[in-house]
Design a protein around this ligand. Structure first.
Ligand code: C5P
Length: 407
């Protein structure tokens, strides 16, 4: 279950690698969050990182010596790169420069940090931060893809005003977001042996060959669930409508477009699943007879489209649920809890995640969500505004507990 952050990282050994970029000062805040939550942090700084912020700051806040050089003979004897690599439950590189990413991707080990990473066996979380053009550079992207394919975790930078004066993607994420990612990565693998089927994103319903009816779902909640379930040891089948999100590593992604395709794909996959989480914003209506040719505008008159209902996928999945745990979402703009309670009963669900899509910080497109969890046993828990990754953690805590009870 989710305890406070204090319990969550107690006894965990983290090696925090800090590279030379202006975001180094924000890594100080990350270090503070990690130690406050009980983690034992060993900081390794590159030579360039030390030009931005003194090692004394990291030393004071980590309550540990800061590791900087390969050839410090006393230190290397006491705790060298191999010992550092072996003690870690997790490596976090924040900020990770294009240089460090390139070195790790190519197996170059020419300083303490890259050499330690060469010997690393624990999971690695990279938090890149750089100028937008460096971020978009296909060489960097290729290196990140290579590392992702090898199982490294990459926390994507944010979009905004960058220290170099440019605008765009490359900003060091909010340290709280990095902290949440660390928490998830260090989470116990309590879904090992389970297969979680996740529906995510919008569905698009054709009007004619070039137009569709859609909605503003970004897919982020479903993708966060898929990623978190994978990290907790589950096999994950992610059935996703069109989104702009990168596919989460280690997850079986099946891309679909319409509600009909999503229905068929999810029903086919149901057999293998032990839990189903339906976070997709499925269109409720589609055009009854889509046009086979592109519609032409004629005169000044309007256009009337005849719509028909799409299948209720969750309802159908739930009718065949057997021993599976089934979770649905209730995105509402009014009478939130009342509607959610009705959904829980009508669709025979184990859990409903209710959110008011009109609130700031909740719903479509946002990085955060404000939800109430309503369980079949009648319990209701309202969570504060949390990053979608953290909301995913709470939902999966419930799924894991329900699966344990059912075993
Ligand atoms: O009944 P309502 O559509 O509001 O229920 C929302 C839940 O049902 C969500 O989990 C959504 O993914 C799912 N749903 C579905 N098929 C539809 C409509 C909604 O699976 N056609």
């Amino acid at each position: 279950m989710s305890g406070g952050p204090k319990q969550r990282l107690q006894g965990k050994q983290i090696v925090l690698g800090v590279c030379g970029g202006i975001a180094v000062y924000k890594a100080v805040e990350l270090l503070r969050l990690l130690t406050k939550a009980g983690a034992e942090v060993s900081v390794v700084m590159t030579a360039n990182a030390r030009r931005f912020v003194s090692e004394l700051t990291f030393q004071t806040l980590s309550n540990n010596p800061v590791y900087t050089g390969m050839f410090d003979s006393v230190r290397e004897r006491e705790i060298g790169h191999i010992a550092l690599a072996e003690r870690a439950d997790l490596f976090v590189i924040a900020p990770a420069t294009a240089n460090l990413i390139g070195k790790v991707a190519c197996g170059i080990a020419d300083d303490l940090l890259s050499t330690t990473l060469m010997a690393a066996q624990a999971p690695l979380l990279l938090v890149p931060a750089m100028n937008v053009h460096m971020w978009e550079n296909p060489i960097l992207q290729g290196n990140l893809k290579k590392l992702s394919d090898l199982g490294c975790h990459v926390l994507e930078p944010e979009v905004g005003a960058l220290a170099c004066g440019a605008e765009g993607k490359g900003k060091f994420p909010d340290p709280q977001r990095i902290f949440e990612a660390v928490e998830t990565l260090l989470h116990e693998r309590d879904l090992a042996g389970e297969t979680v089927l996740v529906g995510a994103g919008p569905t698009l319903e054709k009007i004619d060959p070039v137009r569709y009816i859609g909605n503003f779902s970004s897919g982020r909640m479903g993708y966060a669930l898929a990623r978190a379930a994978h990290l907790r040891g589950a096999r994950v089948i992610l059935v996703s409508g069109p989104t702009a999100l990168p596919p989460p590593g280690g997850v079986d992604l099946v891309a679909v477009t319409s509600a009909d395709q999503m229905r068929k794909t999810m029903l086919d996959a149901l057999e293998e699943a032990t839990a189903v989480i339906m976070a997709a914003a499925v269109a409720d209506y589609r055009v009854a007879e889509p046009y086979s040719q592109k519609l032409k505008k004629e005169g000044a008159g309007g256009l009337t489209l005849k719509l028909e209902r799409t299948p209720d996928i969750l309802q159908e999945l739930s009718e065949r649920k057997g021993e599976r745990i089934v979770v649905g979402f209730a995105a509402e703009s009014e009478n939130l809890l009342e509607n959610a309670r009705r959904k829980l009963a009508a669709k025979n669900l184990d859990l409903v995640v209710a959110n008011d899509v009109t609130l700031a910080g909740a719903g479509f497109g946002a990085d955060t969500n404000i939800v109430t969890l309503l369980a079949a046993d009648g319990s209701e828990e309202s969570l504060p505004c949390l990053p979608k990754e953290a909301v995913a953690g709470h939902i999966l805590d419930r799924v894991a507990a329900a699966l344990r009870r059912r075993r």
